[in-house]
Design a protein around this ligand. Sequence first.
Ligand code: F6P
Length: 531
Amino acid sequence: MALREHAAQLAEGNISDLFVADAQRPQRFSAEAAGIYLDYSKQRADDQALKLLLALAQQQDLADWIGRMFAGEAINQTENRAAFHVALRAPRDAVMRIGGRDVGAAVHGVLDRVCAFAEQVRSGSWLGAGGKAITDVVNIGIGGSDLGPRMVCRALAGHADGPRVHFVANVDGAQLTAVLHGLEPATTLFIVTSKMFTTLETMANAGAARRWLVAALGEGAVSRHFVAVSTSSKEVARFGIDAANMFEFWDWVGGRYSLWSAVGLSIAVTIGDARFRQMLAGAHAMDEHFRSAPLEKNLPVLMGLLAVWNCNCLGARSQVVAPYAQDLEFFVPWLQQLEMESNGKSVDRQGQAVDYATTPALWGDVGTNGQHAFFQMLHQGPAIHPVDFILPLRAAHALDEQQRMLIANCLAQSAALMLGKTPPQVRAELQGKGLQGAALEAALPPRVFSGNRPSNTLLLPQLDPHHLGALLALYEHRTFVQSVIWNINAFDQWGVELGKQLAQSVLVAMAGDDGVSLDPSTRTLLARSGQ
Ligand code: F6P
């Protein structure tokens, strides 16, 4: 209540006034960890807001929940499981216990196997059935078994020196067809990635890929061209992939938190063992910060609390993320699953319906592209959509002048959102152009910017494995912080199940079973589909 009242008071002023009142605001409203610098001085928040948010964190036992996650407790209570992705990037000598059992040795055993296999593929010592080295790797998986590795392989493309890597997720056969077009069965390796190994899309694509390979090279070739990443050795065997070609992970790794596990095999193949481990080390550095830094200096905590502030106190309708780096073009889809599959819930941990907003829609695109598309609405639409600007400073390419333009644009956008442009400013500008009278009055309103629109800016020295790892872990923990404040379980995803069940019913109806109960609209659409 006090938070909402304070937010209403702040809404009467401007973010830019807060800088007038406090010359040290840029320094005081910033924090740094694992090489990532967070500037939150352009949020519509002051010391009192932070004090109230930190009190809320205390009231919700945030420190205790962080401790419980790192202690491997079953914080995913609907599935009675730990959410222990931090164990996947802990160093070899760390003790990482789930219920008294140290999982460190198992984690590093699989990691070593993943890296060794990736090196075999990269060096050309893993041969296809015809004796040729692998030139193309195809990861078949969906959701967390796709978005994380796809995003990282793209983000670190500048560091890639392995075989070409491709991703197939959609059950729409157009995607697999397009990827297979131009690939040689004899030099292609498929990584079938699925936690459960029963996922409809993945099994359909893997089956079709297997038939494509067998048609060209025969059944005997499967063991040299198919490997699996899964928690289920039973389902992997049922599909017909050798146990020796399976890389394991565990039920305490959520799909959307899994790129650090064997799910990252395609990443290790693309960038190699050493860089893959640098990425894990970057994430671990952020984990250590999250676990040990005081809440008021803790990046994921600050970002999580400010997200709650924007959503629940300022009434923001959505969260925009704008990475100013073309190589982060798949960052937003990855983050959408992370955030919205984790926190898109309306029942709390006690099973009660919540009477407050939980995760807002998260969307965005790389800068500067977004500026020429949806930024119009961010600047002048009636609703507030807070933005996270993400800016790696040093580029991997040699076009320095363009990097300066990119940086200038990123900084200008957050400034414009905050400052806006007042009617007197617009008037002076128009008068300077010779406009006056009715023409000036008509031209004025559409050129006014209200400003006072909040944003964070995250600076990374560059987009390398270490800083990417830290950035991803930062967002993972931010998501968790929000869930603690909202008292919801971030680690289950029951909301995806109903659609899966109904798709099965529709498939049964398509096969001619009239006994399937479908609503009249769906039955009519099915009839029109000609199936
Ligand atoms: O349907 C949602 C989901 O279960 C995600 O949570 C998961 O990342 C994705 O499907 C893929 O699941 P799997 O890795 O088991 O194929």
